[in-house]
Structures are given as C-alpha cells and as structure tokens.
Ligand binder design. Structure first.
Ligand SMILES: NC(=O)c1ccc[n+]([C@@H]2O[C@H](COP(=O)([O-])OP(=O)(O)OC[C@H]3O[C@@H](n4cnc5c(N)ncnc54)[C@H](O)[C@@H]3O)[C@@H](O)[C@H]2O)c1
Length: 399
C-alpha cells in the first residue's frame, strides 16, 4: 500500500513508489505541510485507521503538477519488466541531474532511475568514469568539469531539474595535490549547491566514511570528523557546506557517507576500485590473493545496489544531514578471500604480507541507525551475497 508514498515539493518530487516500506503519514496530516515543507498528497481515512491517497498529484503550495504516465513532458513510454509503482499503478516521472553519472556508483544510479522511467541528465568530465558504464543510456550528457561549470547559465534555457544526485568527485584517495583535490571536489559541489538553491531543489550528495579517519568503530555521525587525507578532508568540507546551506532551506540536502562500496561498474577505477575487485583480479590471473597479516582487519563493505537504494530513499529524508551508508556489518579480509575462493571454485592459498603503513585503519563498521530513522535505509544484500552476485556478473562478462 502506497500510503503517503508521493510528495510534491515546490516544483520537485520525492517518489515514495521507490519505497519498500513507504513512510506513512497520519490522516490528520492530509493537506498540510509535511516535514521540511514537503506537501503530502491528500489522504482519505480508511477502515482500520489507515489512510489512502486520493488527490491528484498536485503541489498544494505552488499548484504545480507532478507528471503522471502519459502526461507530457516528463513521462516516458513504459519499459518492459519495470516495477509497478504508485497508487492504481500511477507512475510519477521526474527529471534528475546526476553528476559523476559515468562513474561506478553514478552509473548504477542512472541505470536504476532510467529503469524506473525517469529522465536523467549526466554531468561527468570522464576523469575516472567511462562511457561504457552508460551503454544504453537514453538521456543527455554534459562532459564538463564541475568546478568550472556555471550550471545556472548552462541550464537556463530549460526547466529546472526535480532533484540532483551529486556523485562527481576525485575518488582516488592517494591523490596528494591538496589544492587540486579541494578545487575539484569542493568548488564542484559549491556550483551544484548554488544551482539547487537557485531553483529550490533537493540534493543528495556523496560524502564518505573517509571523514572519520581514525575514529573508532562503530563510526557514528556524532563523531567529530578526523580525516587522514585530503580526500576525506574535502568530503568533510562538503558536509560543512551542505549543513550551512540547509539552514532555513525548505528542501533537504542529504549527504551519504558511503563506506567501502563494491559491485559492477567499478572496473574503470583501476587501483581505486574496491579491494574485492582487486582480489578477484589477482585470483583470476592465477595469483595468490595478497592481504596484510593475518587478514583479520576488515571494513564495512556495502553492495552498490544498497547504495543506489540509499540515494533514492534519501530524496524523501525527513531531515537534512550527513548519514552513514554501509552494510552495518564488519567483514574481515579473510572472509572476502574465502568467499571469492568459494565463488570462483579456486583452490589458491592466501599470501599474507607485512602492512607497510604507519597508520592503517584496521576496522570500520558503520552505525546506520540515523539513515534508517531519517529515510528508512535498510541494506538488503549481505556482503557474502553481494560478492557472490558480483562474481556471477563479472564471470558472465568474461572478466
Ligand atoms: N566507491 C566507494 O567505495 C566510495 C566510498 C566513499 C565515497 N564515495 C564517493 O561516491 C562518489 C562516486 O564514487 P565512485 O566510486 O562511483 O567513483 P568514480 O570515480 O567511478 O566516479 C566519480 C565520477 O565523477 C566524475 N568526476 C570526477 N570529478 C569530476 C568533476 N570535477 N566534474 C565532473 N565529473 C567529475 C568522474 O569522471 C567519475 O565518473 C564519489 O563522490 C566518491 O567520493 C565512493
């Protein structure tokens, strides 16, 4: 039942039809301003105290309409195999901007948005992304570097987007050129926020567990950021900028502090791809998987499908803020190797070697309670299941 599943923002919409467990609003909230100025659609009380949405998809504040299937200009023809959504199978189609859409996480998100029938525009300078991640993409593409892009004038001649997913970033954490990292990551984000504020759009952006640095596990959002490299520092500044912009803003600005994400689409990241992918490549090349002695260090690894889901859910977050997005579990390097070995049916011994780093974070583990409370984030894939699925996909591609 899709109670309270759709909200019209003032010109933007969060789509509750994505929800597996939709937010429910009490009948008395009908027709009144919802959290942060979102406007719940009209509801009708049903037997048993539950409520049912009855109104047309109208923004009660501005009177703007949210499009339904068949109503131009945002609707798209139905694609086969798509999930049904919305009351009486109504679907709501949005126009999204995805920065970094040719990258690993961005392209998985773009695929999902398009599969759900939305119009997607991508900005990506292809510095670490690849067009092959977007084969089959149906939208528009701007091959621009964000920190030099004036989004307001570039998009001035067209209707504003409904929301922005900002994934673009230098993602190689070994880049030590501080000024370069800060310019690209921070100034790029500032441009995105400027555009969002101009058009009063909600923003979901990629932060990182890198902000925690040496903080102890489990990492929680209440810990003071203590980044160990300029990449983590740039993400901490993004969180600061977002928090400042969100003050008094009628939309939400939600940062997602991803932990160690793995899954299809990361091959083009090279050395910056996940440890799971690197170990897979070693084993496929007939080499022994190499990990630090004695493999009991570990991370919070999270499958990319759950990260995509977190982005979609974050659009209807109850509040702005920065939230952890991990699996909420700790997986040792030994378990990674064991699972890969079993999935690949390979009998190779692990090669342990001394950790050369003075500082090395031995343990990360996301506390995901805040994301659960704010937007119902609940990872669906265990790390072991994720690795098995990922290996199946890689093997089917012959990689
Ligand atoms: N993968 C992870 O484990 C992980 C963990 C924490 C945070 N993140 C964050 O998630 C986001 C996506 O990361 P990813 O793993 O998909 O990496 P990725 O490198 O595959 O994706 C980043 C994309 O952004 C593009 N890009 C970079 N700088 C740009 C700029 N200035 N202008 C326009 N495009 C630009 C790149 O070409 C690339 O396509 C990033 O913000 C990253 O910091 C990822």
């Amino acid at each position: 039942m899709e109670i309270g599943a759709a909200f019209c923002h003032n010109g933007a919409v969060a789509i509750g039809s994505h929800r597996r467990e939709p937010l429910e609003f009490p009948p008395e909230s009908a027709g009144r301003e919802g959290p942060r100025g979102l406007v719940p659609l009209q509801f009708r009380r049903q037997p048993g105290g539950r409520s049912r949405r009855i109104g047309i998809l109208e923004n009660l504040t501005t009177g703007s309409l949210c499009e339904r299937r068949g109503s131009a200009p945002f609707s798209r023809p139905a694609a086969s195999g798509r999930r049904k959504g919305g009351v009486n199978d109504e679907r709501i189609f949005m126009r999204y901007l995805v920065t970094g859409g040719a990258g690993f996480i961005g392209s998985n998100l773009v695929r999902r948005l398009e599969a759900d029938g939305h119009d997607v525009t991508v900005i990506d300078d292809l510095s670490s992304g690849h067009f092959k991640n977007l084969v089959g993409f149906r939208g528009d593409f701007y091959p621009e570097e964000l920190s030099r892009m004036d989004l307001i004038s570039v998009f001035s001649g067209r209707p504003a987007f409904d929301a922005i997913f900002h994934q673009a970033s230098i993602t190689d954490t070994t880049v030590m050129d501080q000024r370069f990292m800060m310019e690209r990551n921070v100034e790029g984000f500032r441009r995105v926020i400027d555009y969002a504020l101009r058009h009063t759009l909600p923003v979901v952006y990629a932060s990182s567990a890198g902000v925690y640095g040496a903080n102890p596990s489990p990492q929680t959002e209440t810990q003071t950021p203590a980044p160990m490299n300029v990449y983590g520092f740039s993400k901490a500044v993004l969180d600061n900028i977002a928090a400042q912009a969100a003050k008094g803003y009628s939309r939400t600005i939600v940062g997602l502090r991803y932990f160690n994400v793995f899954g299809p689409g990361e091959d083009f990241k090279g050395a910056a791809a996940s440890m799971i992918y690197q170990l897979y490549r070693q084993m496929k090349a007939g080499k022994a998987p190499r990990i630090f002695k004695w493999g009991e260090q570990g991370r919070d690894f999270v499958y990319v499908g759950d990260v995509v889901e977190a982005n979609l859910r974050a659009l209807s977050s109850r509040r702005s803020g920065s939230f952890n997005v991990g699996s909420g579990s700790f997986t040792t390097f030994n378990t990674l190797v064991d699972t890969l070995r079993e999935s690949l049916k390979l009998d190779v011994k692990t090669e342990y070697f001394d950790n050369p780093y003075d500082f090395y974070q031995e343990h990360t583990h996301a506390d995901i309670q805040a994301a659960k409370e704010a937007f119902g984030y609940s990872p669906q894939t265990t790390v072991v299941e994720g690795i098995r699925e990922y290996v199946r996909i890689l093997e089917s591609r012959g990689r």
